[in-house]
Write a protein that binds this ligand. Structure first.
Ligand SMILES: Cc1cc2nc3c(=O)[nH]c(=O)nc-3n(C[C@H](O)[C@H](O)[C@H](O)COP(=O)(O)OP(=O)(O)OC[C@H]3O[C@@H](n4cnc5c(N)ncnc54)[C@H](O)[C@@H]3O)c2cc1C
Length: 489
């Protein structure tokens, strides 16, 4: 009999799971019954949100992710998805060789310092760094980082880079990078989980530098896709869409609604409040329909795919062991301040943005130069704040004083970029529990979760487990969908 499925959450993970389930089931001749896509908000897309700017000709602010990186198999997989859902002509991209991609800065002693980005920089001294050649030699001289268990043993990101490249790189490069991409502290984050491929290469080849000379054609099975091969030939580094990154979830949602109206049921404004497993092949989802007078309902299905963050999913499940492991994957909050100015106040090739190391004791994590990444005539900047320091600096996310966040952001632009201009548009977004923290031991936690769910009709999606970028979550959705389908054949 055709199996029924519930997908919890209609962010990019939930939507791509629905898409891959349908597409791959047709290819593999598996019949699927009803798919319920349950979403607590009145929109799809989760963190992918492109907010229209009032009084402009279709301009937008990105409140969550702004670009999709193509530096991994997962990134290239997104391009192939984009092509197959008919969005190729909407793509806008940045070349690896463009100044706007290569020029990145860190703040050191209150000043913006340009990071090395070309071979000639290997021999140039840019304080506080020595010529980069020195760090590469250091890496070549070190033995591989010693670990006992090849599957679960871990080391902090900070410790790993300190051992391989030394204090300057760990402190001024890797620490702000971690704050910028995860909102977390490199001293507590897991090397094995945050930089999995780099860690693997170091263990295999004995050094990061040596691994750079080993060419692997990781995109082999996707090269036939013309958008993928174009992106490789033209050296695309990152991409988004002309109308903003939200184009992707919106397109997936409309495609599912148009092509599979009876099979896929998207139920918005519906909060999942509990999940029960009466047997090893049945699942009951307790929901509350917020727009229908908070009516409680039960949805019975054969299998559940959850993209709800682990820390929230843990509180919905009765099973004690699983609950406590899920609850141990903590998250951080972020504040995002998007600003638009009425003229070009920074050069359009100034770069990608800057990050701030913890040693600067700043109130901000970094700034992206949005109107340089995808060139525009008027300047747009986004200031990121919070992360693991959020509550200490700004209090509870529900009670944040927005004006204070704007004032801090403007002060940071003045201090680091000498920008005193008044923005014509400002938007503040406070994102609670938005980025899961893969702290040291994350892989051990994942193995426990895998054991605990192996006899349950439950698959786990989303940023809490196997990668927190958009590409990682889409690739994980594809793998989980295919894994489930394999068991149905
Ligand atoms: C500020 C910020 C910047 C980022 N920048 C980048 C970037 O530049 N590049 C990049 O690749 N990645 C970036 N990321 C990461 C990226 O946004 C996430 O990996 C991705 O959006 C995760 O998607 P998801 O569908 O797994 O989760 P989500 O987007 O969180 O979707 C989960 C969905 O589940 C719903 N939900 C939750 N609980 C319930 C419930 N109880 N009942 C019903 N529905 C529920 C939520 O409303 C949501 O719609 C960024 C993230 C943030 C927060």
């Amino acid at each position: 009999m055709a199996k029924s499925i519930a997908i919890l959450g209609s962010g990019i993970s939930g939507l791509s799971t629905a898409y891959y389930l349908i597409e791959k089931s047709i290819q593999n001749g598996v019949r699927i019954g009803k798919i319920y896509l349950l979403e607590q908000q009145s929109r799809v897309g989760g963190w992918l949100q492109s907010k229209p700017i009032p009084n402009t000709d279709g301009e937008h602010f990105e409140l969550g992710p702004r670009t999709i990186s193509l530096n991994s198999y997962a990134g290239i997989n997104v391009l192939s998805l984009v092509n197959s859902i008919g969005l190729a002509d909407q793509v806008r991209w940045v070349s690896k060789h463009s100044k706007s991609f290569k020029r990145r800065y860190v703040v050191i002693d209150g000043q913006l310092r340009l990071l090395p980005s070309s071979l000639s920089d290997l021999f140039i001294r840019r304080p506080p760094f020595k010529p980069f050649f020195y760090y590469l030699l250091n890496d070549l001289r070190q033995p591989p980082v010693k670990i006992d268990d090849p599957i679960t043993d871990d080391i902090s990101v900070d410790n790993f880079f300190r051992q391989r490249f030394g204090e300057d790189i760990a402190r001024y490069l890797i620490n702000p990078l971690c704050m910028g991409i995860t909102g977390g502290d490199s001293r507590s984050l897991s090397m094995r989980s945050i930089f999995a491929s780099l860690f693997q290469k170091e263990q295999t080849y004995g050094s990061i530098v040596k691994s750079m000379f080993k060419k692997e054609d990781i995109f082999r099975d996707l090269r036939h896709d013309h958008l993928v091969s174009r992106s490789i030939d033209e050296k695309w580094a990152v991409f988004s869409f002309r109308q903003g990154i939200e184009t992707l979830p919106k397109r997936l949602s409309s495609l599912l609604a148009e092509n599979y109206p009876t099979q896929v049921e998207l139920i918005l404004d519906t909060k999942v409040e509990g999940i029960e497993f009466p047997s090893s092949d049945k699942c009951v989802i307790n929901v509350v329909h917020k727009q229908r007078g908070s009516v409680a309902d039960k949805i019975k299905v054969d299998h559940c795919f959850s993209s709800i963050p682990a820390i929230h999913l843990g509180s919905l499940i009765e099973k004690d062991q699983l609950k406590s492991t899920l609850l141990s994957i903590k998250t951080v909050h972020m504040a995002v301040v998007c600003m638009k100015f009425d003229s070009e106040i920074i050069p359009s090739d100034m770069g990608f943005g800057f990050l701030v190391p913890a040693s600067e004791n700043s109130n901000i994590l970094g700034v992206t130069f949005d109107s340089c990444i995808f060139p525009e005539r008027q300047t747009k900047l986004t200031v990121m704040l919070g992360g693991y320091m959020f509550e200490k600096l700004f209090g509870h996310p529900d009670q944040v004083d927005h004006q204070r966040i704007i004032d801090i952001s403007r002060q940071a632009l003045k201090t680091y970029m000498k920008i005193d201009d008044e923005p014509s548009q400002v938007h503040v977004a406070i994102h609670s529990d938005c980025i899961p923290q893969y702290t040291v031991g994350h892989q051990r936690r994942l193995r426990k979760i895998e054991q605990e769910i192996q006899n349950l009709p439950l698959s786990l999606l989303g940023a809490s487990y196997y990668g927190f970028s958009v590409p990682d979550t889409i690739l994980n959705a594809k793998r989980e969908a295919m894994n489930w389908l394999r068991h149905q054949i």
